[in-house]
Design a protein around this ligand. Structure first.
Ligand code: AMP
Ligand code: ZN
Length: 449
């Protein structure tokens, strides 16, 4: 099976050739755990979960690493604001993130490394970069010297002026060059920090991923992913650090071969973000009774590289489609195990074309092919629930009492009209759903059978 992915590094859709077909290695930048993630953040998790499922279908062994950034100025601010140690913040939001991942039917990464467990690897990388002349120490900081790496900017294609403008940092007086970026920064006594040869301090964000990816996957590895906004400066800097620390200054693909970036989730055309306030969290939606699988399906409705606008209509459509598919699975009772239909695999193999997959799911539905539908669903992480449970037929406490009361009222009307056939059929319908009714002098009451 031939896979093709758009590689941001080559800027073309290339045939995928694994470095080692016996063991595929993939890394995606995970969250900074200072707050509850919004569903824009989860677009990446869902896209890379689908990618991992596809790779697992094709290759015998896949290691998927996605980190937790658990040291960061935003985390420190949140800890100060709540007057608690930073661990209390990071543990709380890591747990919520992982709960949300599972609610959205994402398999947890094989390895979920935490930045604070890899400080010594980050210090090593800094020392390598200093000894090779790519980094320098200034006022307690370690800085990567961008002019030492002429290939810098090759992933994002940014010009030097754009790089400086894009870095959006005040040009600190201790920087040799305006584009230089921080690998290590000093901490005050009250700030979280670790001893290092450069003084007590903490890592910059970019060095964390270079250290964790190398530690858990080795270099080079197959696929590196993240949201499109990470291309610059985060991914550009990861490449600079990892290639230069190992003397591979002419080959940007020495760190990762294929770079996959997902587009933004938008709201009325604007990027969903905490700062704009136009965000919805998975927690909000789940609390309103929107199932995680519906959120997931709605996130897969568009091609991963395109922006996807989040609307109530999209959520309703996702629910209606999933309900329809589950009804077929329910009607066919015991759906046999099947291998995923070829056309679905083909669509995924063509740069994860999930809109095409959804069209194929509808074709399978129209053909009444429940087994094919379920197997296709497994590839993108949907339709694996028990259809009875999905449709609310198992657990009557989940079915709203309104539905039962509507039927009871309809039966009362039918009895009044002496339509006993109808009245009996309503009683039978309720019984079929495990509800027993009883006529009392105060009216009809119901209970579970
Ligand atoms: P942030 O919290 O903005 O640092 O983002 C954390 C991660 O979520 C990064 O990988 C971003 O690329 C991704 N991300 C943030 N906002 C969106 C969005 N609206 N759509 C897609 N990905 C996003
Ligand atoms: Zn990263």
């Amino acid at each position: 099976m031939q896979l093709r992915f758009y590689n941001s590094l080559t800027r073309s859709k290339d045939i995928f050739t694994p470095l080692d077909p016996h063991h595929l290695r993939i890394y995606a930048c995970g969250p900074t755990v200072y707050d509850t993630a919004h569903i824009g953040n989860f677009r990446m998790a869902v896209v890379f979960d689908v990618l991992t499922r596809l790779l697992r279908h094709v290759y015998p062994r896949v290691t998927y690493v996605s980190n937790i950034t658990d040291v960061d100025d935003k985390i420190m601010d949140a800890a100060v604001a709540a007057n608690v140690p930073i661990e209390q913040i990071t543990e709380k939001y890591t747990k919520i993130y992982n709960d949300d991942l599972q609610a959205l039917k994402c398999l947890l990464p094989d390895i979920q490394p935490r930045a604070t467990d890899h400080i010594s690897q980050m210090i090593n990388l800094c020392e390598n970069l200093i000894s090779r002349g790519h980094a320098y120490v200034a006022e307690g900081h370690v800085l990567f010297h961008v002019p030492s790496f002429p290939a810098y900017g090759g992933l994002s294609g940014r010009s030097r002026d754009d790089q400086i403008a894009g870095a959006r940092v005040d040009v600190a007086p201790y920087k040799k060059d305006a584009a230089d970026f921080v690998l290590w920064k000093p901490s005050t006594e009250t700030q979280v920090g670790w001893d290092s040869p450069f003084g007590r301090g903490r890592p910059g964000w970019h060095i964390e991923c270079s250290a964790m990816a190398e530690e858990h996957l080795g270099l080079p590895f197959d696929i590196h992913g993240g949201g499109a906004d990470l291309k610059f400066p985060h991914h550009e800097n990861e490449i600079a650090q990892s290639c230069c620390a190992h003397g591979h200054t002419h080959d940007l693909s020495y760190f990762a071969k294929v770079w996959i970036h997902n587009g933004f989730l938008t709201v009325e055309g604007e990027k969903m973000s905490k700062s704009l306030g136009n965000f919805t969290t998975a927690q909000d939606l789940l609390a309103k009774g929107v199932k995680g699988e519906i959120i997931r399906f709605a996130l897969l409705a568009g091609h991963y590289r395109q922006p996807l606008d989040w609307t109530n209509h999209g959520v309703h459509q996702a629910k209606a489609q999933l309900d329809k598919f589950y009804k077929l699975l329910h009607a066919q009772d015991h759906v046999e195990q099947a291998s995923p239909p070829h056309r679905v695999l083909e669509a995924l193999a063509d740069d994860l074309n999930t809109p095409k997959v959804i069209a194929e799911l509808n074709a399978l539905y129209n053909a009444g092919d429940g087994a094919g539908l379920k197997a296709a669903g497994a590839l993108i992480g949907i339709l694996q629930d028990d259809p009875r449970a999905w449709l609310g037929l198992d657990n009557m406490s989940d079915v709203d009492a309104d539905w039962i009361n509507d039927l009871i009222n309809a039966r009362t009307v039918a009895k009044k009209n002496k339509d006993f056939v109808m009245a009996d059929s309503i009683r039978a319908e309720l019984l079929h759903h495990g509800i027993v009714i009883e006529d009392t002098k105060d009216g009809t009451i119901w209970r579970r059978a």
